[in-house]
Structures are given as structure tokens and as C-alpha cells.
Design a protein around this ligand. Structure first.
Ligand SMILES: Nc1ncnc2c1ncn2[C@@H]1O[C@H](COP(=O)(O)OP(=O)(O)OP(=O)(O)O)[C@@H](O)[C@H]1O
Ligand SMILES: [Mg+2]
Length: 327
């Protein structure tokens, strides 16, 4: 089915023009089995457009896409048979029941007879759709409609999944279930998921790319993304006893250069953050602790910041950090 050692999803230098608008600008991606690639970016960045091109639902303006070694434009039937796609706006078949919709989708996928029944039952179980299997699509709540579409995407147990905001609109329990499901499927499949929820990236993704105004602005692991945070390695704590001035002066002595910052001050406690030492390393928390013990100051909530995804996201997608799409 796929050539040995080859990426299951490979997009090379793909671009998309809508009239005069360059929506996707020279994006390249590679996803292997066992990888869940998180796809992040502000609204209008080009995530859905990229996914539509990868799944063959939208022609490319430039570049190429192969799925399991099959070119999506030259060999679309073979390529698409390997892909399950959860689009942003689910195609609706309002009067069909959930079960009917899934049977129909299975037949379109080329399944026949028992295969259809088995695939539909498995998808209904996996996506917790028993309760609504006979309900018509147009009467489903948003969450159940979304899950029916999710079920449609995994029906034929494809090795490649492309999911556009798979947890959007789900309640917290369902978000958790869907994340677990994607993580589990990610062990054997090649998956791309777009999301606006940064914790989701940490929870399920092995890799992450960020696109902004059509251009790829970050590629790495979730840990690498977090490490880019200016806060990564900073030590935060709350101290009781010294005045803010005295505390700042003492902390400057152990911080290794960075200026400590008062976050809040109330009822005798001062909350501070000491920025990471320029030389890096993890000794900062211990130095801060030792200082407090020597001074006889009580403290609590002392911890080293692991970095914040939302902070990095804002930084890498800020207007002045990326090039404008030139026409
Ligand atoms: N069919 C279309 N015709 C014209 N412009 C389009 C079309 N589809 C998308 N666009 C434009 O392409 C750009 C990228 O849109 P896209 O839907 O890919 O963004 P997105 O990253 O998925 O955003 P969101 O987070 O809001 O879902 C936007 O400027 C959008 O208006
Ligand atoms: Mg989108």
C-alpha cells in the first residue's frame, strides 16, 4: 500500500490562490504513521484550505501532495481511499438517520454487505452514537452532529486522518473522549488535526506547525514550542516577610541578570516572578529557595514555569513577526 519509509502525508510547496488572494503560501508538511501533527494558526490563516488541498477536495494552485505515495491529483482514487477527512463544515444529509448516513458513507467508500454493517457498528461504538442512531441528522445537537461526521471519517479505518477542529463544539467530557481517541489512533495512523485549543496540542500532538496568513511560521514539537516562551524556566513564588523593594534587591542577587517582577502584593505576601537565567539550567529555583531560607522568609507556590503555549502562539503570529503575503 505504501512504500517503505515513505511519509504517509507529504505536501511539498503547496499554495492556493483565491482570485487575487494568496490563502496558502508555499507550505510543506510531512506526516508519518505514529505521528499526530497539530495544525495551529489564527482565524483565516489557511488551515482549512491546506487540509482541503491535502485531502483532494480543492485543487492546488502550486506544489504537490502525495498520500501513501499516491499523488492526490494524478492518482486521486488511490490517494483518497487512504484518507479519512473531517471537514470544518460537515456536509449534511438532513433527512437521513445517523445509521443511514453512516451506511451510505460506507457504501461510497466501497464497502459491501457485512463490511458495511461491521464498519458502521464499530464507528457507532467508537463515537458513542448508540443513543441517536435512529435519529435524523437535522434533529441532532451540534455535538452529536459533529460526532456523526467524526464517525464518517473513521468508517473505513483509513491509515491517514485529516481532522479540521475535531473537538470544536463538544462538551468537556466529549472533548476528552475525542482527544483520547485521536491519541490512540495516532499510534498507528498518520494524523493532522487543526485546533485553536493550545492544551490540545500538548495533550495529543507529537508535532506542531503554525501557519499565519498562509505561511508556515513554526515547525517543531510541542515541547520546543513551549520552550520558546519567554517564561520558560522562570521561577514564580509568593513570599511573606520582606517588603517588595527588599525582596527585589535580594532576588536580583540570585537571578543571574534578569530583573524580577512583582506580580501581586497583598496581606503581607508578595507574588514575584524571576526570569530564567541567561545561561539556562535548572538551578534557579534552588538558588531562590536557598535565599529565602537564609533570610528566614516564608514562601509558598514556588515553581518553575514550563513555558506557555498561548504566549508563544501570540509571539509567532504577531503582525510584525511575519511577512505580508505579497501578491
Ligand atoms: N472558497 C474561497 N474563496 C475565496 N476565499 C477563500 C475561500 N476559502 C477560504 N478563503 C480565504 O482563504 C483564507 C484562509 O481561509 P481558511 O478557511 O483556510 O482559514 P483557517 O485557518 O481555516 O481559519 P479558521 O481558524 O477561521 O477556520 C481566508 O482569508 C479565507 O477568507
Ligand atoms: Mg478553518
Amino acid at each position: 500500500m505504501e512504500a517503505y519509509g515513505e511519509a504517509m502525508i507529504e505536501a511539498q510547496h503547496i499554495s492556493k490562490w483565491f482570485g487575487p488572494t494568496l490563502a496558502v503560501d508555499d507550505v510543506s508538511l510531512k506526516v508519518e504513521r505514529g505521528e499526530v501533527q497539530g495544525f495551529l494558526g489564527p482565524n483565516g490563516a489557511g488551515k482549512s484550505t491546506t487540509m482541503r488541498m491535502i485531502t483532494g477536495f480543492l485543487p492546488l494552485s502550486a506544489g504537490s501532495v502525495t498520500i501513501g505515495g499516491h499523488d492526490i491529483e494524478e492518482d486521486p482514487i488511490a490517494a483518497k481511499s487512504l484518507v479519512g477527512y473531517l471537514p470544518e463544515n460537515a456536509p449534511a444529509y438532513p433527512e437521513m438517520s445517523v445509521e443511514g448516513f453512516l451506511r451510505f458513507a460506507a457504501e461510497i467508500r466501497g464497502l459491501r454487505g457485512r463490511q458495511v454493517t461491521e464498519a458502521v457498528e464499530r464507528a457507532i461504538r467508537t463515537c458513542f452514537l448508540e443513543r441517536v442512531r435512529y435519529q435524523s441528522i437535522d434533529t441532532l445537537s451540534k455535538g452529536y452532529l459533529h460526532r456523526s461526521c467524526f464517525a464518517q471519517a473513521i468508517l473505513h479505518d483509513p491509515p491517514v486522518l485529516v481532522m479540521d477542529e475535531p473537538t470544536d463544539g463538544l462538551d468537556p467530557n466529549q472533548k476528552h473522549e475525542v482527544r483520547e481517541l485521536i491519541k490512540e489512533m495516532g499510534k498507528t495512523k498518520a494524523i493532522i488535526v487543526s485546533t485553536h485549543i493550545l492544551e490540545e496540542v500538548e495533550a495529543i500532538c507529537t508535532g506542531v506547525v503554525i501557519i499565519d496568513r498562509g505561511r508556515l511560521v513554526f515547525r517543531g514539537t510541542p515541547a520546543e514550542l513551549k520552550a520558546r516562551s519567554a517564561l520558560a524556566g522562570a521561577v514564580s513564588c509568593r513570599v511573606f516577610g520582606p517588603s517588595a523593594e527588599e525582596l527585589m534587591a535580594s532576588l536580583r542577587g540570585v537571578s543571574g541578570g534578569g530583573a524580577p517582577e512583582v506580580l501581586a502584593s497583598s496581606n503581607g505576601g508578595v507574588a514575584v516572578r524571576v526570569p530564567p537565567a541567561a545561561e539556562g539550567g535548572d538551578g534557579l529555583a534552588r538558588r531562590v529557595c536557598r535565599l529565602f531560607v537564609e533570610k528566614g522568609w516564608e514562601f509558598d507556590e514556588l515553581h518553575t514555569e514550563g513555558g506557555r503555549l498561548d504566549e508563544v502562539f501570540r509571539a509567532v503570529t504577531l503582525p510584525d513577526t511575519v511577512q505580508e503575503n505579497g501578491a
